[in-house]
Design a protein around this ligand. Structure first.
Ligand SMILES: Cc1cc2nc3c(=O)[nH]c(=O)nc-3n(C[C@H](O)[C@H](O)[C@H](O)COP(=O)(O)O)c2cc1C
Length: 194
């Protein structure tokens, strides 16, 4: 972003590979909204299926190709929006594994990346405890994780046939969080480049 009117290139993905994933539905809804004004790169988490971190693999063959591909995506984007399930009140192991592999590249690919975290969960409590855990490694790696996060509860009943949220007030809130995040990302990137 060189100019405050420039479009952002926004990387989006759901940290669930399931065909019927609610997190995929949520990220698709977000992507539709973002692409009205920005450029969206929507990627499939399965493409970045990386072996469990192992220092011997790293020493022998370096960072595995799927994690390198993710790093390429990250480095060619301005910011990231991800939607992740909560597993046992925490970050899914597959996502944490990818975060860890990516963090082994120098310079650190997560550094200064603006990130919006979202979660869809069938529980009434939503996935916010998982998101709090997901913030930690990303912030430690230098990412700017946006303070507000969006957690969708009761997700199996939340979407209509068009993929919109049935609860219109909640959808309005989601779009507001995304808009505010994009403004934050733009300010951050614009001020850094001037
Ligand atoms: C190992 C495991 C642990 C889970 N732990 C939680 C949890 O702590 N909180 C929660 O709300 N849902 C939990 N769930 C349920 C997931 O939220 C649910 O499977 C959800 O649909 C996963 O997201 P997806 O639809 O995007 O695949 C868990 C599911 C799995 C497989």
């Amino acid at each position: 972003v060189r100019d405050s009117n420039d479009k952002l290139k926004v990387l989006v993905f759901a940290a669930s590979s399931r065909k019927e994933s609610s997190n995929k539905k949520l990220i698709n809804l977000a992507a539709k909204f973002v692409q009205k004004e920005h450029i969206v790169d929507s990627v499939d988490f399965l493409e970045f299926d990386t072996p469990l971190y192992n220092g011997d693999i790293e020493e022998k063959t370096g960072i595995p190709q799927p994690a390198l591909s993710f790093i390429d995506k990250l480095e060619s984007s301005d910011c990231l929006i991800m939607s992740s399930p909560e597993y046992n009140f925490s970050v899914p192991g597959s996502l944490k594994n990818l975060i860890d592999w990516v963090s082994r590249k120098s310079p650190m690919p997560w550094k200064n990346v603006p990130i919006l975290l979202m979660s869809a969960s069938p529980s009434l409590a939503g996935g916010s405890r998982g998101l709090l855990c997901t913030r930690v490694p990303l912030e430690v790696c230098g990412a700017y994780v946006y303070p507000k996060m969006f957690s969708l509860s009761n997700c199996y009943e939340a979407f209509d046939e068009e993929g919109q949220l049935k609860d219109k007030k909640n959808q309005e809130y989601l779009l507001k969080v995304i808009s505010n995040f994009l403004a934050f990302a733009k300010d951050l990137l614009y001020h850094r480049s001037t």
